[in-house]
Structure formats: C-alpha cells, structure tokens
Design a protein around this ligand. Sequence first.
Ligand code: ZN
Length: 209
Amino acid sequence: MSTMKFDKQKYRVYTWKNWAMLHWILNPALAINELILGQRVPKISLEDKTIDKPRIERSFVPCPHCETLHDSRTWATANGTCRNCGNTIPCLTNWLSFLILAITSPIWYWFRKSLRAKWLAKQPERYENIDIEHVPNPFGEKNWIKTGLSWGAFMFIFMEIGFRSFQGKEITGRSLLVGIVLWTISGLIFGYVMKLLTNSKGKKKTSAV
Ligand SMILES: [Zn+2]
C-alpha cells in the first residue's frame, strides 16, 4: 500500500491522530454503531478547506490502492469498496468491537470467506443506485435530534436492559428512570456533536491582496 500525498493547502487530512477519529476507536459505546448499525470510519479522510458547503458535501475518502477520491456521501458502509478498483478501503476499528469480534471469531471464522465473497460481489451494483443530491444527512438541520434520540433509545435498551441483565443486575424503576434521562441527554449530545462535525462549513477562498 503506497503512502498517499495530499495537497495540504486544499485538504485537511484526518487520520487516527484526529480527536474525532480517536474517539471512534476509544469510546466503547461506539462499538454499537460499528457492529450493529454498521457504521464505518475510513482510516484516512479528507476535508476540502476551500469549498463553502456543509462538511459532509466536501469530505472525501481516498482509496489507498488507486488514489481515487470518493465523495463521502457515496462512500457509505454499504459501499465499503473503491468504486474504481474494487479494493476494500481500510477502516478504523473500535477497540471493543475488535474484542467482540475476536471473542466470537470461532463462530464466524469458518464462514468468513463466503461472507466476504458475497459482500464484495454486491458492492458495484450498490453504487449504481446512488443519487448523490438526495443522500439523506442523518445529522442535518432537521434530522439530528431524531437521529440522536434514536441512538439514545437504542443505547437505553441495550445498556439498561440488555447489559444490566447480562451483568445479573436488577432492573428497577429507578434504574430505568436514570437510564432514560442519561440516554436522552447522551443522545442529544451525540446528535448535536455529529451535526457540528458533518455540517461545519469550509472557509471561502480569500483572494490574495
Ligand atoms: Zn481504488
């Protein structure tokens, strides 16, 4: 795999050294987003600093194999591969999902080749159905509250009911009430931070004086 070089004047380069990317790796709650909701964060992404548009419209995922830049809206989880060369684009892995995958590997290990072949075969046709102007932004002006609250609701069920019973702890009215408040607030914060991250605008190119 070659080391890619990018025009630093034009692009801000995001790698694991960026706090948002580190957050994706370190926050154990995000294993849910990765394993269950199927979200992926590519190892390297670019933000075009010169376009005055929401970040989601000026973010790009470079392919390390052929250096094609993919519009981040077309590069979704369903499209984990490069549209040009068909290779897989490497993604970050959350430490907890890594652990869960490692522990459960005896279950999926034997099927991995056939699963992977099926998944790869489906990628090209997925690209054909994308209408780039109408890819919904889950953290857009209208959607972030809904997305944040759905995430909170999901986390509430998973943590306060699923994880609690798994730990052998009692589920009480009090634990449920605390959970509802906690996950509603967490969900709104999550939605709001994601809204800021996906929509912040780039600086317009200032003309040289
Ligand atoms: Zn490629």
